[in-house]
Design a protein around this ligand. Structure first.
Ligand SMILES: [Zn+2]
Ligand SMILES: [Zn+2]
Length: 344
């Protein structure tokens, strides 16, 4: 019987290469041959502190590949056939609930691992659940009828397409702000973000601030003539409450917007008075919509920005551990975005 190799997280910070049986592809399912799995800050966090310690999980939730095999019903219903290059969202929806009907399947119970122990989400679901291939750090992944797929446009390589989800993260926000028409873009970071800051500049940032070398608030006020900024995007991971506090202070006098995505359990001394008096709108970022993925693919296909500079490193299946540690700043230095290429 044909086997599929996968890198499995078997405990906190521990990976093993394991073999799984090649799944049987029925009428309404498909098999994807993995080309690129993006590795992001979420992987760093989930690798060190898995939500359930004893469950083996094939990580990898930002997945690009070719449809290797597709059942007839799968192709008829979904419009994807063998040979298509696709980006697979990590949500596997139920297709029946209110959220799914609204197109907001990111909120669907069927994929909400925090709430539902049987949830299916690529990179999160137990490798013990048949047909096992629920993560991108593997040679193949299994696609049930309710997986959400996008065609990768012509002229976009699998490696470039690997940036679809990272387009929602940190550095790529420079491009998003530019595209949305921001007249001034300020990017803050720490000293170890040197390589990222350089790329931010190439992507269109007007000012770069190393918060460890200078007072970020003073600099922001200086470049905005004391007025502050309209919008703050917190794209940090593991930086505590500081970025939000800085954001609240850096926003303009009235009516600014801050997008937050921190997962700290507590926020002592949250400056609620300042938020209220400044009439600040707080928005939370949770995953991505179908439209956001399509926009990201179009952005990549336009080749308007040198986004290929964001992917700095690629790793093979046997180097998953090193790859995740490197993204977390503890392996290979100066990684901005790392891609896992399971066949490398
Ligand atoms: Zn991610
Ligand atoms: Zn649903």
């Amino acid at each position: 019987m044909e086997k599929v190799l996968a890198a499995v997280r078997v405990g906190p910070g521990k990976t093993e290469i394991r073999e799984f049986p090649m799944p049987e592809i029925l009428e309404d399912s498909a098999l994807m041959k993995m080309e690129v799995a993006g590795i992001c800050g979420t992987d760093v966090k989930l690798y060190q502190t898995p939500p359930s310690k004893d469950t083996p999980v094939i990580m990898g939730h930002e997945n690009i590949g070719y449809i290797a095999k597709a059942g007839r019903e799968f192709t008829r219903r979904k419009g994807f056939k063998e040979g298509d290059l696709v980006f697979v969202e990590h949500y596997v929806m139920c297709g029946k609930c209110e959220w799914c009907h609204l197109g907001q399947y990111r909120h669907c119970e069927n994929t909400d691992w925090r709430f539902n122990p049987d949830a299916i989400r690529y990179g999160y679901t137990s490798a013990e659940k048949p047909p096992h291939l629920w993560g991108g750090f593997a040679q193949y992944i299994y696609l049930p009828w309710n997986a959400v797929l996008h065609h990768v446009p012509k002229g976009v390589t699998p490696e470039l397409a690997g940036l679809v989800t990272p387009m929602a993260q940190g550095l790529s926000q420079t491009v998003i702000c530019k595209q949305a028409g921001a007249s001034l873009i300020i990017v803050t970071g720490t000293t170890k973000d040197g390589a990222r800051m350089e790329v931010a500049k190439t992507l269109g940032a007007d000012h770069l601030i190393d918060v460890q070398k200078e007072d970020p608030l003073a600099r922001i006020m200086e470049v905005t003539d004391g007025k502050g900024v309209d919008v703050v995007l917190d794209c940090t991971a593991g930086a505590g409450t500081f970025p939000v506090l800085l954001g609240v202070d850096a926003l303009k006098r009235k009516g600014g917007t801050i997008v937050i995505q921190g997962e700290m359990a507590e926020f002592p001394n949250f400056p609620i008075a300042k938020v209220t008096v400044k009439f600040i709108t707080i928005k939370s970022a949770r995953g991505h919509s179908y439209k956001a993925c399509e926009l990201a693919l179009q952005q990549l296909a336009s080749h308007r920005f040198p986004l290929e500079k964001v992917t700095t490193h690629t790793f093979g299946l046997r180097d998953v551990d090193l790859a995740i540690r490197s993204v977390g700043g503890k392996g290979v230095p100066d990684v901005i975005h790392a891609s896992l290429m399971p066949w490398k």
